[in-house]
Design a protein around this ligand. Structure first.
Ligand code: API
Length: 289
């Protein structure tokens, strides 16, 4: 036991460099991220580290943590973590943030990013960085979403739709989005047994053929001000239901996102901002856990 304790203590002190672990804090339309850069070294993030850094009182706080890694046959790779320590297969807003940073750093106007769902492409068009979040998966949730509608206790404005964007999304169209108790209904739907891996939940009010408003409950995180992959799912679902065209502006609680569902995938742009840079203390509680 003593030996195990010593090994454990050694791991805890050797995980971070002596001057701390550098990170960047960014957000995209209010969806906020801690970005770690592990290029040229072994990945550092673990469920424990994600939870500790994600703690808004004792850590840094984030909706997702994105870890940049060396890309195989592409420019970079990205891993995503939620603040509860779970992994996310996709994160559109963090992908936009990292794509924008990479373009600024390299002076290039195109980037390829490997994620668990495949290689995503980003490109600069004028001042805006667009990313292609890939094609939607439309058969991931052939489930009776009508049961979920009952959970909402609200008038709906179109059949709900399940859309996979490398992660699951359940999209509900409602007449009055301000009447939705996003926290209560979102948590309920997230863990409905219909979704063995749980789901992200989007509520949408359609304003016109090219504009909708969305509010989101993210799996593993809760309410966020924006969700990029969720916005992609909403654009796809709204078009499939005949409610919008393929190009749509989506108002989220943190601003606006612009979506364009093309033959090669769902493209997205919107605001990104770098907030600050810092270093996790070498003895940060979760170092090495
Ligand atoms: N905020 C992210 C999505 C995180 C999804 C995550 N909560 C999951 O478990 O799938 C985005 O911009 O796409």
């Amino acid at each position: 036991m003593l030996r195990e304790g010593l090994i454990c203590a050694a791991m805890q002190t050797r995980a971070f460099p002596p001057d701390g672990l550098p990170f960047r804090k960014m957000h995209g339309a209010g969806n906020d991220f801690v970005i770690l850069d592990s290029r040229g070294m072994a990945p550092v993030c673990t469920p424990g580290l994600a939870r500790a850094v994600g703690d808004r009182h004792r850590g840094v706080g984030f909706d997702q943590l994105a870890e940049i890694r060396d890309g195989e046959n592409c420019d970079i790779a990205l891993d995503f973590w939620n603040s509860d320590g779970s992994r996310a297969g996709a994160c559109g807003n963090a992908t936009r943030c990292v794509a924008a940073e990479w373009m600024t750093e390299t002076g290039q106007d195109r980037v390829t990013i490997r994620t668990t769902r495949g290689v995503l492409r980003g490109e600069m068009r004028g001042e805006a960085v667009w990313v292609n979040m890939g094609p939607p998966v439309l058969d991931w949730a052939q489930v009776p979403l009508a049961r979920e509608v009952d959970l909402l206790h609200l008038p709906i404005a179109g059949d709900p739709c399940g859309v996979g964007m490398g992660n699951p999304h359940a999209v509900f169209f409602v007449e009055d989005i301000d009447a939705v108790d996003v926290a209560a209904r979102g948590a309920e739907v997230e863990h409905d047994p219909l979704y063995p891996e749980a789901t992200n939940v989007e509520f949408v009010q359609v304003r016109s053929h090219d504009e909708v408003r969305m509010r989101v409950w993210e799996r593993g995180t809760g309410i966020t001000l924006a969700c990029g992959s969720g916005a992609c799912a909403v654009a796809v679902a709204a078009h499939r239901r005949g409610l919008t065209g393929r190009h749509v502006r989506i108002e989220v609680d943190g601003g606006w996102l612009e979506l364009d569902w093309r033959d090669d995938g769902v493209w997205m742009t919107g605001p990104v901002a770098r907030v600050f840079e810092g270093r996790l203390a070498p003895d940060f509680p979760a170092a090495g856990s």
